[in-house]
Design a protein around this ligand. Structure first.
Ligand SMILES: NC(=O)c1ccc[n+]([C@@H]2O[C@H](COP(=O)([O-])OP(=O)(O)OC[C@H]3O[C@@H](n4cnc5c(N)ncnc54)[C@H](O)[C@@H]3O)[C@@H](O)[C@H]2O)c1
Ligand SMILES: [Zn+2]
Ligand SMILES: [Zn+2]
Length: 383
């Protein structure tokens, strides 16, 4: 492609116009970066459950039209005048869990939340001016909202400098595109948030990508018992390949699954993980961990109208309830280390990729995830 630095690029994008309605795969305009922004040529991306959550309008903002997508990888195409940490041609992962490195949260080692991320979460606008978008419709020039600041369901996407992690030049973009959301969330919840260790007992509820990544991280850490909880045998069987030592199909028991787990672990597991976003499962996950010192981590996103009911006595003897975004990883400074660990083979990215499709079939990829037919479908933006 000719040098488009400083110019508007016309490219394909999957645009969501209304909740639950098929995406429109159409040409859009992507504006060049402002001084503190970067434009990325996306090469590969996948769909995560959180894209479906916002596409279905389960959030409170319901911003449309919008270009979603927050799990992808690509190559830096052009940079704004003030950008120093990345240059055109560098491989990168757009990170919704961004890191401006300047705000008080970024300077704290207690959180991976950044002020830029807090703005990006609900606004759909660019953080640099808090008013405009870099995507517009071709036919009428109307703005199209961004998603989590990165909108990777577009062949080119302009984003704030906080949202772009430069990664190892050896990284295979067709694989590390998986590291934009689901796998770091699962792996980091085990390693960074809960800090599971050798010999720990663990229960993982829900075996989608995030649950499987928790399972794999627990296996790598040497956990002694890794119990998978799901509603179908196929998912449990697949979980064995990722490291499950025990499987429980909730449909096979007529008593609460937390009781079954407490019985099989002499009082409860050391760590439990909700990877479903189901309020009932979140309660079960809390109650299946051991009362004295057990830790339960909520990873799932719960629909905004729903609540989890619990009695504080569940925590009285010393259980801890915890949660976090993106597995506690700071996007720019810590995600590149996970990329390196994957290149070294510590986490096997291949077994999460069950499907591959060209970007033009994005709706098929949405449907595959929506119907439970896949773990991750990697889309190729050039075919
Ligand atoms: N905390 C974060 O930073 C973060 C990041 C990304 C996604 N998420 C959320 O994490 C959750 C999991 O994501 P995913 O991509 O793995 O989703 P997924 O849909 O692929 O997997 C969820 C699994 O849970 C199972 N499940 C649902 N209800 C269940 C129940 N009652 N009992 C047993 N199993 C049940 C489903 O069958 C499915 O296999 C989603 O809610 C997603 O929005 C959180
Ligand atoms: Zn910050
Ligand atoms: Zn996600």
């Amino acid at each position: 492609m000719a040098d488009m630095t400083g110019k508007v690029i016309t490219c394909k994008a999957g645009v969501a116009y209304e909740p639950n309605k098929p995406l429109s795969f159409e040409d859009i305009h992507c504006a060049p970066p402002h001084p503190t922004e970067v434009r990325v040529k996306i090469t590969n991306a996948c769909i995560c459950q959180s894209d479906l959550y916002f596409w279905k309008g389960k959030d409170t903002q319901k911003l449309f039209p919008r270009i979603m997508g927050h799990e992808g990888a690509g190559i830096c195409e052009s940079i704004g005048a003030q950008i120093k940490h990345i240059k055109p041609g560098d491989k990168c992962i757009p990170v919704w869990q961004c890191e401006c490195t300047k705000c008080p949260k970024c300077k704290s080692n207690k959180t991976n939340i950044c002020d830029t991320f807090m703005f990006n979460w609900g606004s759909g606008l660019m953080p640099s001016d808090k008013a405009t978008t870099r995507f517009t419709r071709i036919e009428d020039g109307k703005p199209i909202y961004h998603f989590f600041g990165i909108s990777v369901f577009s062949q080119y996407s302009t984003m704030d400098e906080a949202c772009i992690a430069k990664i190892n030049a050896k990284a295979d973009l067709t694989k590390v595109c998986l590291l934009g959301c689901g796998i770091p969330t699962g792996v980091g919840s085990a390693w960074n948030i809960c800090k599971v260790h050798s010999g720990s007992t663990v229960a993982v509820f829900g075996l989608g990508t995030i649950g499987l990544a928790v399972v794999e991280a627990c296996k790598v850490s040497g956990c002694s018992k890794i119990i998978g909880v799901a509603r179908d045998d196929g998912k449990l069987e697949r979980g064995m390949d990722f490291g499950l030592t025990h499987t429980l199909n909730t449909k096979s028991y007529d008593k609460p699954i937390e009781e079954v787990i407490r019985t099989m672990t002499n009082g409860g597991v050391d760590y439990s993980f909700d990877c479903t976003g189901d309020p009932g499962v979140i309660s079960s996950a809390l109650e299946c961990c051991v009362e004295w010192g057990g830790v339960s981590c909520i990873l799932g996103l719960v629909e905004s109208s729903q609540r989890v009911s619990f009695h504080p006595a569940a925590l009285l003897w010393g259980r801890t309830w915890t949660s976090g975004l993106f597995g506690g990883y700071k996007g720019r400074s810590q995600l590149p280390e996970l990329v390196d660990q994957c290149i070294a083979g510590r986490i096997n990215l291949d077994h999460y990729i069950t499907h591959k499709l060209p970007f033009s079939k994005i709706q098929e990829a949405f449907d595959l995830l929506n119907t439970g037919g896949c773990i991750r479908c990697v889309m190729d933006y050039e075919s």
